[in-house]
Design a protein around this ligand. Sequence first.
Ligand code: SAM
Length: 275
Amino acid sequence: THFGFETVPEAEKAKRVYKVFENVAQKYDVMNDAMSLGIHRLWKDMLLHVMHPQPGAQLLDVAGGTGDIAFRFLDYVRSQQERQKRRAARSSQTPSWQEISDNYSSEDELQPSRAVVCDINKEMLRVGKQKAESTGVSAGLSWVVGDAEELPFDDDQFDIYTIAFGIRNVTHIDQALQEALRVLKPGGRFMCLEFSKVTNPVLARLYDAYSFQMIPVLGEVIAGDWKSYQYLVESIRKFPSQEEFKHMIEDAGFCSVQYYNLTGGVVALHSGFKL
Ligand code: SAM
């Protein structure tokens, strides 16, 4: 209809997606805050809260862009580690079973937590890497160019696979889900944040008006790029509903698939496990 993304052939879609993110990379973080009124930060925090990763966990963040999920992950794991250390120090006299096991898991036995940010777009990664270097949080992070549909990793490598606001950009979602399953260790968890279907009809109308009318305007004003942001709105609209996407994750072979609606379904958090 609008930008014509619906009618472009598959091979064309990937190229256009690449261009969109190449164009917006430099302004990506600012735009995220502007368009979501800062709320994307809460959605990402919520992902970490539900994930509750423990020291030693290995994360793969696909379509990781400028690294928001990976930064939060390492932060969270560090705070967990500090907590466990403090608890152990407080009760070094007569440790409980809980403390014995916490100490055990946070000391030398485990490899340190790592987060791998994988994205198809090297511009997005470059901006993320720069951010990590300038804020001094590069330790434990790696940045890898790669396609969600054909991940450059061996089987059974990661405890957690995340994809935040990335899967709707992928041409073959089923293929990306297969790859997620492949690279996760048995017992590993798949977690996805994505724009979804607003459940409340009043909120739905407000949201429609906001996204169709405001987002391309903000794109033009802040990034000088109407079309990229028009694409964004269209890709959100075309993405499957919460239930449909849940079934796709199950069809790929994940177990205990669940989702949570955030902000009335503006965003959904899907989760599933590899057995
Ligand atoms: N996860 C980050 C966040 O939440 O801020 C970035 C999300 S951004 C909206 C979408 C990202 O998906 C872009 O960086 C884009 O380059 C990436 N992407 C698109 N298609 C991809 C693919 N097939 N494989 C890997 N990354 C892809």
